[in-house]
Design a protein around this ligand. Structure first.
Ligand SMILES: [Fe+2]
Length: 285
């Protein structure tokens, strides 16, 4: 098993392992170490079933349940509750209609974000399996929030060191004009607070904990906070900090939400794009 760096600062391509079968403790440790270093790992030719994906993912910790993170009702779910549906499909495997509420909500994934930053306990790893991929667009792009932090000037680093942001799905969806939420959804999407600068527990590196879900900075006027967060996002998503993944069938990608942001790029949504995510929950800060 080996990891070849993809970009100068982060992302690695893994070869020499079959993750569709049970993996050893040594392989788990190798992947953990690779994640601490590269933050994004790409595996090819992994024809996973849902069960195999969940079994592999659980080797890195308990899985996060999908509840509370979307507007899809239980009856409309396509996947088990401990998998997140990153496809453009309904429960009958058909592409969602253009004006389908679930599709409009999912368009929030086109904005740079960290998965589950709107939860009190944010996500550790996200693990995404490309079951049916599209040839044109539909990439997943990653930005290295450690390199982005390192590149800030000292005055900015000092200014942001102790800032706390509020994150909510209402902020990321509101940014795209998706504001029609039920009372129950508003209650479910109540903002949570996270530090803007985080230190990674394994690598010890500091990173910017940015996300489209971040909408305010505690103690700041809202427009000033949003303008500053935009500046930071613009800085952090410069192409020099970005790896853009073009999917091949049965690619499998793991990313560390504590060290990266990501987004999906536009694609022809009349095509089927079946992507299934498992998420390893973080540890309460
Ligand atoms: Fe995401």
């Amino acid at each position: 098993m080996r990891i070849d760096p993809i970009n100068t600062t982060f992302a690695g391509e893994v070869s020499g392992i079959d993750i569709t079968r049970p993996i050893s403790d040594a392989e788990v440790a190798f992947i953990e170490a690779g994640m601490a270093r590269h933050a994004v790992l790409v595996f090819h030719d992994q024809a996973l079933t849902d069960d195999a994906q969940r079994d592999f993912s659980r080797r890195f910790g308990p899985l996060e349940a999908a509840s509370g993170g979307h507007v899809t009702t239980a009856a409309d779910r396509r996947l088990p509750v401990d998998m997140q549906d990153a496809s453009n499909l309904d429960q009958h495997q058909r592409p969602l209609a253009r004006d389908d509420r679930r599709r409009m909500f999912n368009l929030g994934n086109r904005l740079w974000h960290s998965d589950s930053s709107y939860r009190p306990v944010t996500a550790r790893y996200s693990l995404l399996s490309g079951r049916i991929v599209v040839n044109d667009g539909g990439r997943t792009e990653f930005a290295d929030m450690r390199a982005a932090y390192d590149a800030l000037d000292d005055a900015t680093k000092t200014e942001i060191e102790d800032l706390v942001c509020e994150h909510s799905l209402m902020f990321s969806r509101g940014a795209l004009g998706f504001t029609e939420l039920t009372e129950a959804e508003r209650a479910m999407f109540e903002p949570v607070r996270h530090r803007l600068v985080r230190t990674h527990p394994v690598s010890g590196r500091k990173s910017l904990f940015l996300s489209a879900h971040a909408g305010t900075i505690v103690g700041w006027p809202v427009p000033e906070a949003r303008a500053f967060l935009r500046d930071l996002n613009e800085h952090a998503t410069q192409r020099r900090f970005v790896y853009s993944h073009a999917w091949k069938p049965n690619d499998f990608v793991i990313w560390d939400n504590r060290a990266t942001m990501h987004r999906v790029t536009r694609f022809d949504e009349s095509q089927i794009r079946d992507m299934r995510r498992t998420t390893v929950a973080g540890i309460a800060a």
